[in-house]
Design a protein. Structure first.
Length: 304
């Protein structure tokens, strides 16, 4: 059987068609590359050539390492919203913290516990809470009695009213008992109350297997409440993050503030110079910063 020959025009048309179809993706690729270059160019102009990524530089105290994930966001917000308080507390602490640290060291306790003094009374020896806690370390009557401190019992409003009424009645009768009796309160004495607080914390460390965040929680709400919260978790060895939701809201904030103050004060110079980064941030840089980033590389994640 004889095959029919294709005409020249037909062959030419077929070849031309193949060439045209082959050119389509090439043109599309060229247009795509061009668009990408334009976008990159605009991005460079927007960010500028002096932009550098600065790594996170916050450093946790050794005692609190391992709590970064749960607390970093809280500390960042706290550092921004309570800046004046943090600076004021740090400056006041210069007088008291070294003395507290020395006493804590004698009791083999971590120096980070010194922050409790600021949280409890703001360094005010005459502070009295609504619950009746008194002095630098806000010690309750029963704790003062247990640890051998001399103290003036804190009376309720009704009790004070009765005492005042009795005193006036006795005064009218000329009774010598009407004279005001001044009772020394050791909770207002810095050294005595600090030694007592250290003993109390040492006992709580024994009660709570040296889990320091639980010890801090117990200082605020009592070790009994912490034990109850631990039981509610159903875990054999729960930590603070396990029991947090079972603790009073005041205690939760108390422990978070304890962490926040310790971390900020551990990075205080960076905090006051506004160079404390809790996560990598983009910032304008001078030539020195650019050269450094080119040599060392720009970190893109937190590393602890």
């Amino acid at each position: 059987m004889i095959k029919r020959n294709r005409s020249v025009p037909g062959i030419f048309a077929a070849v031309l068609s193949c060439i045209c179809f082959a050119c389509v993706p090439v043109v599309a690729q060229v247009n795509k590359d061009s668009t990408k270059k334009i976008l990159l160019s605009r991005l460079d102009k927007k960010e500028g050539s002096n932009t550098v990524v600065k790594a996170a530089n916050v450093v946790y105290p050794d005692l609190l390492c391992g709590n970064e994930e749960q607390s970093l966001g809280y500390i960042e917000k706290f550092s921004a919203s309570r800046r004046a308080y943090l600076i004021r507390t740090y400056n006041k602490g210069k007088k008291f913290f070294p003395k507290v640290t020395a006493i804590l060291t004698k009791h083999s306790l971590p120096h980070e516990f010194k922050i409790l003094l600021a949280l409890e009374s703001a360094f005010n020896g005459n502070a009295v809470s609504k619950a009746g806690a008194v002095g630098y370390w806000q010690i309750m009557d029963e704790v003062a009695r247990e640890y051998g401190l001399k103290y003036a019992p804190q009376l309720s409003a009704a009790e004070k009213k009765r005492e005042l009424k009795l005193a006036k009645s006795l005064a009218k009768k000329g009774n010598k008992k009407a004279r005001k009796v001044i009772v020394r309160d050791d909770r207002k004495n810095f050294n005595k109350s600090t030694y007592t607080a250290a003993r109390y914390l040492k006992d709580r460390c024994r009660n709570l297997d040296n889990d320091y965040l639980l010890v801090v929680a117990s200082y605020n709400c009592g070790v009994g409440n912490v034990w109850q919260a631990m039981k509610k978790t159903g875990k054999a060895d729960p930590d603070f993050w396990d029991v947090k939701k079972y603790l009073p809201s005041e205690t939760r904030s108390y422990v978070m503030n304890f962490i926040a103050l310790n971390v900020i004060f551990n990075n205080y110079e960076k905090f006051t110079n506004n160079t404390l980064n809790f996560k990598p941030v983009k910032a304008k840089a001078d030539n020195a910063d650019i050269n450094t980033s080119e040599e060392e590389g720009a970190p893109t994640s937190l590393n602890y």
